[in-house]
Design a protein around this ligand. Structure first.
Ligand SMILES: [Zn+2]
Length: 306
């Protein structure tokens, strides 16, 4: 069990090795901290580190008046070690928990987890959007659609054995417009006005009218992946006081599911960093710049996302 020699945090001795130890444990406990921004153990106590200590004390330890300090023999450090090691699992708080001043909006729970039966097929040699492994260890990921739709987190895709799962017309690269172009995203199930939350933390880089009266919302995540949350309700980000250029935290509400002529869904696309608008892929043409296959990422979030 990792130990510290002196106190860490507010008014602590804050020796570098001790701070690194505490930060590493907090990062391992990230999913219990609501929306912690502590991603890297720097060995230096900064505002993000003390905020994470306060959160841990408030959300996990249950302290009414947390002091923001971790002592070598204190209860906070003992529990932090246990939680980081997975020995003392505590309930995962809803997004925004422990941060009352920031959580004016209640985020509904995600539908039950879905595990794809097999690996997805790589269509047309298009690369998958993949979360770097190191990133997955400390950054919580959220299923974007907070819905009661009976299909829940179903990810429609074709696997490496060419077997379809879910409705194939919703999957990546299924033909559209009489076979003249491809479907560049995956259609996620949701009902009109369901809340959409950010899969990961990032920055809003664009939004504009998209398809049949709906809009799209582009967020570049801290992992580098750009997500187009497509077919959302026009202007629905304003409800959450968001505009282009704003930062969003993983799990923050960002928009609502829009309505086309009859149907509602979230058309989910992924791109490489720097992409600011959606790309069309015409049949017989090469892959548009920056387009990535979102299926693998969606299957990961469907299985493990909060
Ligand atoms: Zn679609």
């Amino acid at each position: 069990m990792p130990e510290i020699s002196k106190s860490v945090g507010v008014s602590g001795a804050n020796q570098r090795t001790d701070v690194t130890t505490v930060q590493s444990l907090l990062i391992k406990s990230a999913r219990y901290l609501g929306s912690s921004k502590l991603y890297v153990a720097t060995g230096v106590v900064d505002a993000i580190t003390t905020a994470a200590i306060f959160r841990f004390q408030r959300v996990v330890v249950g302290m009414k008046n947390p002091d923001g300090r971790i002592d070598p023999k204190g209860g906070t450090f003992k529990l932090l070690n246990e939680v980081a090691a997975g020995k003392n699992p505590v309930p995962i708080p809803p997004p925004g928990a422990g941060d009352a001043e920031e959580s004016a909006v209640t985020v509904p729970p995600a539908p039950p987890a879905y595990t794809g039966p097999a690996e997805p097929k790589k269509h047309n040699d298009c690369p998958f959007a993949e979360m770097p492994m190191f990133y997955r260890w400390f950054a919580p990921l959220y299923w974007p659609i907070r819905t009661t739709n009976s299909e829940g987190r179903q990810v429609c895709y074709q696997d490496i054995h060419d077997k379809d799962h879910g409705n194939r017309s919703r999957r990546y690269l299924w033909p559209r417009k009489g076979g003249t172009r491809y479907h560049c995203g995956v259609d996620l199930y949701g009902n009109h006005k369901d809340m959409i939350v950010a899969v990961e933390s990032g920055t809003i880089i664009n939004h504009y009218p998209f398809y049949l009266g709906t809009h799209c919302l582009f967020i570049q995540g801290d992992s580098g992946i750009v997500i187009n949350y497509g077919e959302v309700e026009a202007g629905s980000w304003s409800e959450f006081k968001l505009r282009k250029g704003d930062r969003v935290k993983a799990g923050d509400p960002i928009a609502r599911v829009g309505k086309m002529t009859k149907s509602s869904m979230c058309h989910f696309e992924t791109y490489t960093a720097g992409t600011k608008s959606n790309q069309r892929w015409k049949t017989g043409h090469s892959r548009p710049n920056g387009l990535l296959n979102p299926t693998k990422l969606l299957l990961l979030i469907a299985r493990e996302g909060l």
